[in-house]
Ligand binder design. Structure first.
Ligand code: ZN
Length: 272
């Protein structure tokens, strides 16, 4: 089996220090935490930015600061989020794409979050996809439902998304597809030939669905964006979450990919 690409999503937009005492917030804290996760086996960093109050921000300067501080320490693949929580318009959400990160997230459908809409209308998806093509950024297609997967395949068929795609199956978000093995199998069976894929399992089924993903040959995302506790009542850290995925992967015969190996698997150019 391929080496396992472990993506770490260290902050997301929702957790706070109240919900998660080990949450990194400032660019310096995020970069330090990413370096710890890189040393433990993470090869991709899925990055959101927070402002000085800790609120979600689409400010490209913050993304740039996180990238520079992280790049000073290690060669982990940098992926910026263009998700629906930090901005509304394509200009806001897509501002970080012009910084030419190696990857950026691209949701190809609308669903609900627990308290808001995961708003991704077709024109906005196409706009963000066009910016990624223009700037040479590989999208990570974020799929919260089968319809988003089918729409990504539709866009690829029209040349709007390049193949092979890298597709991240997101399960367990309240208001979107729940995190059951049956739902995961259903999505995996619907993937297009030749794609690479990973699983992001939010909340209580995180460990089980991550294990299924790596058994099935997929890759795995973990981090405080996705899960806040190691066990009930035991707050997680990004490092502990990455270490747990590495241990789980080794049980099933998969070694974590280095960033250089992950670039080869994802079809990204070498860094140096
Ligand atoms: Zn995210």
């Amino acid at each position: 089996m391929d080496k396992l690409i472990i993506t770490v999503a260290p902050t997301g937009n929702v957790p706070t220090r109240k919900t998660s005492p080990y949450l990194p917030v400032t660019p310096e804290e995020v970069a330090d935490d990413l370096f710890r996760c890189y040393k433990a086996g993470a090869s991709v960093a899925h990055i959101h930015a927070r402002d000085e109050q800790g609120k979600p921000s689409a400010d490209p300067d913050l993304f740039q600061a996180i990238r520079e501080l992280t790049r000073d320490k290690c060669d982990i693949i940098i992926q910026f989020s263009t998700g629906a929580r930090a901005g509304k318009s394509a200009d806001e959400r897509g501002a970080c794409i012009a910084l030419r990160p190696e990857m950026a997230s691209l949701s190809t459908g609308s669903t609900n979050f627990a308290r808001s809409v995961n708003y991704n209308p077709p024109e906005l998806i196409k706009d963000l996809a066009g910016r990624m093509t223009k700037h040479g950024v590989k999208p990570e297609i974020e799929v919260f439902d089968l319809s988003a997967l089918e729409y990504a395949i539709y866009l690829a068929g029209r040349g709007i998304l390049e193949e092979p795609m890298h597709i991240n199956l997101v399960l367990g978000v309240p208001g979107s597809l729940s995190g059951s093995p049956r739902n995961l199998f259903f999505l995996v069976e619907s993937l297009p030939a030749g794609c690479t894929w990973s699983v992001t399992s939010i909340g209580r089924n995180h460990r089980q669905l991550s294990a299924l993903a790596l058994i099935l040959g997929g890759h795995v995302r973990t981090g405080l964006e996705d899960v806040l506790e190691l066990e009930a009542g035991e707050p997680a850290s990004n490092l502990k979450l990455v270490e747990r995925i590495v241990a789980l992967a080794r049980l099933f015969g998969r070694e974590p990919a280095t960033p250089a190996e992950a670039r080869t698997i994802l079809g990204l150019p070498a860094l140096f």
